[in-house]
Design a protein around this ligand. Structure first.
Ligand SMILES: *Cc1c(COP(=O)(O)O)cnc(C)c1O
Length: 434
């Protein structure tokens, strides 16, 4: 094909080259024509959050010296210290701990919990069971070095049938030993709804009315920049998350953050490094450009992922599949669950996401037995950063109701292609009709 031909190729043809048929492309365009208002709303939130991030960077006079690499102990690492001031200003908190030494979201949450709970204290989850990996951290599932092993007990108040907070049960669960309350913003891989920051604010206010000195921590994973405000704007003592999700903007290759009160964050720093050392140590290893630039891009990247989630829900609801959240519901995180109803459909969906990736597009995802799961799991991801779920990915356990969890997309156009490809694979397998 000549260069000129490629330049003037129609978009439909470009999509055909990528493997999306004209029929699927047109189906997608038809769905998209109804989403203008929705996308405008997402853009408005993104613009607000971009301004928030920019203001925090300007206020803290970010400059080229902040991008310098440090090694060894990392004493006087001004780039790292200033990034933490920027994060604190973005989340409107007194302090922040933002480090490449925090290996993942689970690690960040573990630090926040174990730094602020002492033997004899009790942890309460007022929103039902926590994220899978936290079960071993807390000791719900036995593990070495769990909080339980250190004498921290755990209590849980389940959500009501309709997914709302059970305030009576929460009041009854709070006792003299209740020290910390953990609230998970995103549903993760559960079937409950995700919570808006306003709902979380009401829950925090309620808990603090019952016990004024109780600390509230929010697992903020997947929720950052989805709304204009964060749980820290509603009284959370700590908000915690992973840099290979929303706030890393796709550029951070590792890391986690904890933003919160000076008292809580200082304890977290002591737990992460060592008592007495705290935030003073921890070299940045040359990652500052990625952390700053990733945060700068995060509002836009999150908006792209949200558009993908909304588009997916509209496409798959139109074809008769149940979606959580539903196509028209407001969004509190970037995760979209689609109940596909069969193993074959899950595999086809994931094949499409994989085929649309910039990396590893030629591999075929297969279900496999993963440690910690009671059913084979299928995963599709072709990411620049291993396991990054702000990049386009889909996964789910192969068991009824056969739901895939779809999230991410560093750009809206890539998310769009992924969804069109998933539909193409379902169509090719004879599992849907347009
Ligand atoms: C991803 C996630 C975690 C854990 O993060 P990892 O980086 O996978 O360890 C915790 N809670 C929620 C809600 C998450 O989405």
């Amino acid at each position: 094909m000549g260069k000129d031909e490629e330049c003037t190729m129609e978009l439909e043809t470009m999509y055909e080259q990528l493997g999306v048929s004209r029929a699927v492309y047109e189906f997608g365009e038809h769905i998209l024509s109804g989403l203008e208002d929705r996308f405008r709303e997402i853009d408005k939130i993104s613009e607000h959050n971009q301004a928030k991030v920019l203001y925090a960077m300007q206020k803290n006079r970010v400059n080229a010296t902040h991008f310098a690499a440090t090694t060894g102990y990392g004493y006087n690492d001004e780039g790292r210290d200033n990034l933490e001031r920027v994060y604190a200003d973005v989340f409107h908190t007194e302090a922040a701990l933002v480090r490449p030494q925090i290996t993942c979201g689970t690690h960040a949450l573990t630090i926040a919990l174990s730094a602020n709970l002492l033997p004899g204290d009790e942890l309460l989850s007022p929103v039902g069971s926590p994220y899978d990996t936290l079960e071993e951290v807390i000791g719900i599932r036995e593990s070495k070095c769990s909080l339980k092993e250190y004498g921290v007990t755990y209590a849980q108040a389940d959500l009501k049938e309709d997914g709302s907070f059970d305030y009576d049960a929460i009041r009854a669960a709070i006792n003299g030993r209740t020290k910390l309350i953990t609230i998970q913003r995103s549903k993760g891989y559960a079937t409950r709804p995700s919570f808006s920051v306003e709902q979380i604010g009401e829950l925090i206010a309620f808990c603090k009315r019952v016990k004024p000195d109780v600390k509230c921590m929010v697992d903020n994973c997947y929720g950052e920049f989805v709304e204009m405000l964060e749980p820290s704007d509603f009284g959370a003592d700590m908000v915690v998350g992973s840099l290979i999700k929303n706030p890393g903007g796709g550029l951070a290759p590792i890391g986690g953050y904890i933003c919160g009160t000076k008292e809580c964050v200082e304890r977290c720093a002591y737990r992460l490094s060592a008592p007495g050392l705290g935030q003073e140590v921890g070299a940045n290893l040359g990652l500052m450009p990625a952390f700053y630039q990733g945060l700068f891009l995060a509002p836009t990247v999150t908006a792209g992922a949200l558009k993908g989630a909304v588009f997916a829900a509209h496409v798959y609801e139109k074809l008769g599949f149940a979606c959580v959240p539903t196509a028209d519901e407001p969004r509190q995180d970037i995760i979209q669950a689609v109940t596909l109803g069969s193993r074959e459909a899950m595999v086809a969906f994931c094949k499409g996401i994989q085929a649309a990736a910039p990396v590893d597009s030629y591999v075929t995802p297969e279900p496999w037995d993963m440690p910690g799961y009671d059913a084979p799991v299928i995963m599709a991801a072709g990411a620049f950063v291993q396991g990054s779920s702000i990049e386009l990915s889909a996964d789910g356990p192969i068991r009824p109701p056969y739901a895939v969890y779809f999230q991410g997309g560093l750009t809206w156009y890539h998310a769009k292609l992924g969804i069109l490809m998933s539909l193409q694979k379902l169509l090719d397998a004879g599992l849907v009709q347009l």
